[in-house]
Design a protein around this ligand. Structure first.
Ligand code: GLC
Length: 538
């Protein structure tokens, strides 16, 4: 029997990287006006909600994850008024809006950090961050051996000699979550956006926040970011600390005062059991399943990622959150086109370009979309994946904007290639993204993948997403049951509560299937599903 689920348990959420979605004022950067003009498109696509990447006042040194004011919108994107109107208008299209909460760090432009710099060592202003004396003669060395995610030491010295912690870019000082004012401030920020109609939050770096007392060195474990004890508890000095959960429960009690709202965690933790701890009934509603995102193309790896996610969420009465791409990873149409065993990040930097089979990547992306939509739980679509956009791999080095490129001393290329502005039309300077050039250049041929080029074309990726999302509502969200069906080694098959089956052929040999075809990623020939394809059957 089907039961009424809270909306988020089965939602299809569309991720909007606002800088690159649609430019409404011709300055080359996406904005709220542009996004608003595309609400009909998003309504037609059939998504239930949007997650908007940070749109707050920011120097944009990490694409907006360096927030200078959590209660104001950057003028390049709009204003609090236009954001509030946008949220209300989206609601009229049946679309909810999630905003991005960035609690681990602020921008160095934030007034708290500016006050901390001005007030000097030992001041209460410095207590809101992690300021420490250095080590070694004259305190000239960083306080410990912690490394920043983007490269280099996680500490930076200020002119008076103290060092501050930044687990990401130098412009992103980490907040001290032991400080009561920090906790109160963020509860208030939650209320600020909920009062303006937000349906909830995507929480950035949800596995950080708390740091081990005494800031112990990581020593020879410096590169192991997922240290666990024999009992499976995290023993890393700054990732996945036990103290995180009390903070999350505080946020949850704020959210529980509003109807129908939720929060989703971005937590890169050691395994799905660790992730389930964030999904306990008084914590997050959702947490992205990155094991599934990272699973190599293959029946074994994908099935086990799915099984583990279902198994680990069950004891906490939660449900998985499936995702294939986001603004931090190489787009899956490209990942799936690389041979098994090739490290995509390394390949992006200096790999042999002839290894990439784009047609195969696209074909697998179509199949993966049908798998994603058929799974029980919620799912996220990263803008442009519905157009089959690949990673832009050949951006000129002088346009790269991701701080990773500089901080890693040019050893990691960074995430710009998945952040290139969306092509809307076949003609136009930036393929309809804006009226002039876009902040990141679009590769040649981008307009052939535009919305205009695909709309109404039956075999396009866009029409596959439209049909899939519509059908998903009918046959996959009413009943969350999933039953595995024994299948050949290279295939995955399961039946959902409605009786509809999903078969994915991850191998190359055709697979014979039976039943009425509801939707297929490739045409079937004589009742057989070609390799690298998926089908929904009744
Ligand atoms: C998250 C964001 C990423 C950002 C980082 C620091 O991982 O998704 O884009 O750079 O946090 O805020």
């Amino acid at each position: 029997m089907s039961r009424i689920e809270p909306w988020w348990r089965t939602a299809a959420v569309y991720q909007v990287y606002i800088r690159s979605f649609k430019d409404g004022d011709g300055d080359g950067t996406g904005d709220i006006a542009g996004l608003r003009s595309r609400l009909p498109y998003l309504g037609d696509l059939g998504v239930d909600a949007l997650w908007i990447n940070p749109w707050y006042v920011s120097p944009l040194l990490d694409g907006g994850y360096d927030v200078a004011d959590y209660r104001d919108i950057d003028p390049r994107f709009g204003s609090v008024q236009s954001a509030t109107e946008f949220i209300a208008e989206a609601k009229r299209h049946g679309i909810k809006v999630l905003v991005d909460l960035v609690p681990n760090h602020t921008s160095w432009d934030h007034q708290w950090f500016q006050a901390a710099l001005a007030a000097g060592p030992g001041s209460p202003e410095r207590d809101r961050y992690h300021f420490l004396p250095g080590s070694g003669p004259g305190g000239a060395e960083p306080p410990n051996d912690w490394r920043a995610v983007f490269g280099g030491s996680a500490w930076r010295r200020v002119p008076d000699g103290e060092w501050y912690l930044h687990l990401f870019d130098i412009s992103q000082p980490d907040l001290n979550w032991e400080h009561p004012e920090v906790r109160l401030e963020f509860e208030d920020i939650l209320r600020f956006w909920l009062d303006r109609g937000a349906a909830g939050f995507r929480v950035d770096v949800a596995h950080s926040l708390v740091k081990a007392p005494g800031y112990p060195d990581t020593g020879d474990k410096a590169n192991e970011d997922r240290l666990l004890t024999a009992e499976g508890e995290s023993q890393h000095p700054f990732w996945d600390r036990p103290g995180i959960h009390a903070i999350v429960r505080g946020w949850r009690s704020v959210l529980d005062g509003y109807p129908d709202v939720m929060m989703v965690a971005e937590a890169w933790v050691a395994n799905q059991d660790r992730l389930a701890a964030y999904l306990r009934p008084d914590e997050y509603h959702q947490a992205f399943d990155f094991e599934f995102l990272e699973a190599a193309w293959g029946a074994e790896s994908m099935r086990s990622a799915i099984e583990e996610s279902l198994a680990s969420t069950r004891p906490v009465n939660s449900i998985p959150t499936w995702v294939l791409s986001n603004h931090d990873v190489i787009r899956h149409a490209t990942r799936y086109g690389l041979p098994q065993g090739v490290d995509a990040k390394q390949w992006l930097l200096d790999g042999d370009r002839s290894l990439l089979d784009s047609a195969l990547g696209n074909r697998r992306a179509r199949a993966a979309a049908l798998l994603l939509m058929a799974l029980p739980g919620s799912m996220y679509v990263y803008q442009g994946e519905e157009l089959g956009l690949p990673e832009a791999t050949e951006l000129p080095l002088d346009v790269l904007d991701d701080p990773t490129w500089v901080r890693s001393n040019h050893t990691v290329k960074g995430r710009d290639g998945c952040r290139v502005p969306i092509p809307w039309t076949i003609d136009g300077l930036s393929a309809g993204f804006g009226s002039g050039p876009s902040w990141l250049p679009q590769p040649d041929g981008w307009s052939a993948m535009s919305v205009e080029a695909q709309a109404g074309v039956e075999e396009s990726m866009l029409e596959l997403y439209r049909a899939g999302l519509a059908l998903r509502k009918e046959v996959f969200v009413g009943d969350l049951a999933l039953e595995w069906i024994p299948s050949p080694a290279d295939a995955i098959e399961f039946r959902r509560g409605s009786g509809v089956r999903c078969v994915v052929n991850l191998g190359t040999e055709p697979l014979s299937v039976n039943g009425e075809v509801l939707l297929a990623s490739e045409p079937l020939a004589d009742g057989s599903l070609p390799g690298n394809a998926a089908v929904w059957l009744r």
